[in-house]
Write a protein of this length. Sequence first.
Length: 134
Amino acid sequence: MIVLDSSFLVAYHNSRDAHHEAAAAAMAEFLNGKWGQGLLLEYVFLEVVTVLMARRGARVASGVASLLLSARELDFVPCSELFVDAVETFQRQTRTRLSFVDATIVNVARERADGLVATFDRELARTRGIKAIP
């Protein structure tokens, strides 16, 4: 399993993004089963569609929302039950500057995906226990 971060998904769905080519190559590997099933956190979904709305417009954001929610390669992870642990991870950090969403990703990746995260976020990538792809 692998957790998909918003930086990865936005880069893949936005051809204007500086990381688009790397995201496309990694997405091809993901779709070919290299890392198994993808985990899409509710918080990440919210970030992705919001950023794409701002950068590419409603049509693109809506299309990506539908695509993500119907993708068989992804397991949607509701975040309500993860909230308390995410608050603790967020508040305990001393050597990183993770966003709240990234703190949630760290917890889920460590617990369910052997630390594997598709991301371009440098702060997330350098977090103990996280193995960043690409």
